[in-house]
Design a protein around this ligand. Structure first.
Ligand code: ATP
Ligand code: MG
Length: 288
């Protein structure tokens, strides 16, 4: 297969990028010279107005009284590609799981369009257009590719054929090898199955947890190209990535999560060029 490199893809200035978000948190802090500078949370509240999905001040964790998310804020506008980076254990996966109803939210809200979806079950969220690809164990290895896709469409089986054809347009390999067991596929191919499965319900928001983890650099490139392609079809994507520099290259906007809290946010480009982000999270040689 012939894959474009992520550097060939349009950047956030391209005409097909979503409009209307002015993401750099540090530039819009004060209008009135007498006012106190807005806090990051207040800036989030201003910028998140009209977002497709937003999470405000999330406190969530795995055990009562122990919060992993510590007032995390996040939003994504319709059509946006949003990245979340941060150190191991920062709570990135926990944040995605909280959005998808897999970790209990003790305080704070998640709103999809105008509906409060805080702590809804995953199946209820899928019905509302939220898709999720977990970090691990994201395919059924003993099932064929086609059967995996059927699992993805189980809430709407009558639409299977039409939707499978659409997903195959994005991932032709899945169609060519539809009878092959997912367990016999390479890591990169499995990621395509996992993303394809999540796309079977035609989500408006797709949550991806480290889709490039464990893949060779070439396959990582392929995953990033695919993510951009999925986003280009109109799906809003929120992606957690361990490959932070590459992630910031492809996203419209990003968050640096540290200890369950937003440490930095801004456009992918501004984060990648922020000396503090480089020093703390990208390494001193990081350049985008
Ligand atoms: N199922 C769980 N039960 C209890 N604690 C958990 C569970 N999953 C994660 N944690 C804890 O929550 C914290 C955040 O973990 P999380 O997996 O969200 O981090 P992460 O940012 O995704 O890290 P990584 O980059 O390693 O994937 C860690 O301290 C982790 O030990
Ligand atoms: Mg994780």
């Amino acid at each position: 297969m012939n894959f474009m490199r992520p550097s060939d893809l349009p950047n956030e200035d391209s005409p097909d990028s979503p409009q209307g978000f002015d993401a750099d948190i540090e530039i819009s802090a004060t209008q009135d010279s007498n006012a106190q500078p807005a806090t990051p949370a207040e800036i989030h509240d201003m910028q998140a107005v009209g977002a497709l999905i937003r999470a405000d001040r999330l406190l969530a964790g795995y055990f009562p009284g122990v919060n992993i998310l510590n007032e995390a804020d996040l939003y994504a506008r319709e059509g946006e590609l949003v990245g979340i980076i941060g150190p191991n254990g920062a709570g990135k996966s926990t944040l995605l799981k909280a959005l998808f109803g897999l970790v209990h939210i003790n305080s704070g809200t998640v709103v999809l369009r105008d509906e409060d979806i805080t702590n809804l079950r995953a199946d209820q969220l899928v019905r509302r257009g939220v898709g999720f690809v977990p970090q691990t164990n994201n395919v059924f290895p003993s099932l064929t590719i086609e059967e995996n896709m059927q699992m993805g469409a189980f809430q709407n089986p009558s639409n299977f054929t039409t939707r499978f054809d659409e997903v195959i347009d994005l991932f032709p390999t899945l169609g060519e090898r539809r009878k092959q067991r997912a367990g016999s596929l390479s890591g990169g191919e499995r990621q395509m199955v996992a993303m394809g499965r999540a796309l079977m319900m035609n989500p408006s928001v797709l949550l991806l947890d480290e889709p490039s983890a464990g893949l060779s650099p070439a396959l990582q490139d392929e995953v990033f190209v695919r993510v951009r392609e999925i986003n280009a079809t109109g799906v809003t994507v929120i992606i957690v990535e361990q490959n932070a520099r590459r992630c910031l290259q492809i996203v419209d906007r990003g968050y640096v999560l540290d200890q369950g809290h937003n440490a930095y946010t801004g456009t992918g480009q501004s984060l990648a060029n922020d000396p503090k982000v480089i020093e703390l999270y990208l390494g001193t040689l990081a350049k985008v």
